[in-house]
Write a protein that binds this ligand. Structure first.
Ligand code: C2E
Ligand code: CA
Ligand code: CA
Ligand code: CA
Length: 277
């Protein structure tokens, strides 16, 4: 929380320099960003380690402010959550991602799974399942191509309600991935109860190379497989990391070594060359 505060302060200061004499604040800019159409989505490809094929994409939000430039989601998502803006922003992300994927499918591209990051506040909101089903109805995207990425920390809040909501998504045909796995507090008990399809190993285990972190990655893969979950490693940046994950039997990978998050046009070029069909 301290860290976030620091970041916002840094940006806020930068902003004051650019808007001297104005009463604008970072918060206010964020409040207006959606209706000013300053958000966009980029998509990062996800690959099968075994077949080396493109199997999915993760939608990641970008905020392009006319004066501040490109602002990272780590710098505004926490604030959007605090201000309650995350509900409208999150709904926009979902709709945009579903719409784009339906467009690609209609254009004849082989269908890909599309993952969307969901904040805990969104997941806990009683309207959320309805919002998701309405978006699927509006966009006509087949739910089996939608995956919701939720962070592991959901396991410590309102487990009963979360279990109900996740089961509802499962019934709708939507899959769930547990993001940043290994950094939160989820107990093995919840892991076995929740209808989860995929574990995404937190990238810090890969980036901070050590015997311990390698053991953790190995343990997550083994545990995931024993629970019939698919395991994805994110943040793969080099050949050595790929080799390690390959030898440990990790299922899927995502990272700069293969591709950065890309704007829709560049995704199209990529799908043409790498898709499974
Ligand atoms: P995340 O969901 O864990 O996403 C992975 C982050 O790692 C992304 O950063 C991605 O660009 C970055 N990344 C991918 N490959 C590599 C790599 O090889 N090396 C390194 N160092 N980084 C890599 P990004 O796009 O800046 O997003 C940061 C976080 O912001 C996300 O972490 C997610 O928690 C949040 N976020 C992004 N988009 C959304 C959204 O639409 N809704 C919500 N609620 N959160 C979002
Ligand atoms: Ca994610
Ligand atoms: Ca992650
Ligand atoms: Ca994260």
């Amino acid at each position: 929380v301290k860290e976030e505060g620091k970041n916002n302060f840094k940006i806020y200061n930068g902003m004051l320099n650019k808007f001297t004499g104005h009463q604008l604040t970072f918060e206010n800019e964020l409040r207006h960003a959606l209706k000013r159409k300053e958000f966009s989505l980029v998509y990062q490809p996800q690959w099968s380690i075994k077949t080396k094929q493109l199997i999915g994409i993760e939608a990641l939000i970008r905020w392009n402010h006319p004066h501040l430039g490109l602002i990272s989601p780590s710098d505004f998502i926490p604030l959007a959550e605090k201000l309650g803006i995350i509900f409208s922003v999150g709904e926009w992300v979902l709709e945009e991602a579903c719409k784009q994927n339906k467009l690609w499918q209609d254009a004849g591209f082989p269908p890909l799974r599309c993952s969307v990051n969901i904040s805990i506040a969104q997941l806990l909101h009683s309207d959320f399942p309805k919002i998701v089903s309405n978006i699927l109805k509006r966009t006509q995207l087949n739910p089996k191509f939608l995956e919701l990425e939720i962070t592991e920390s959901i396991a410590i809040v309102k487990e009963g309600y979360i279990l109900k909501v996740l089961n509802r998504f499962k019934e709708m045909g939507i899959s769930i991935a547990l993001d940043d796995f290994g950094t939160g507090y989820s107990s093995l008990k919840y892991l076995s109860q929740f209808p989860i399809k995929r574990l995404k190993i937190d990238q810090t285990f890969l980036h901070e190379k050590s015997i311990i972190n390698e053991s953790i990655i190995r343990a997550i893969i083994t545990m995931g497989h024993s629970m019939n979950l698919s395991v994805l490693a994110e943040g793969v940046e080099n050949k050595e990391q790929l080799g390690f994950l390959e030898s440990e039997g990790c299922d899927e990978i995502q990272g700069y070594y293969f591709s950065k998050p890309l704007p829709p046009k560049e995704v199209e070029t990529l799908i043409r060359y790498y898709s499974p069909l």
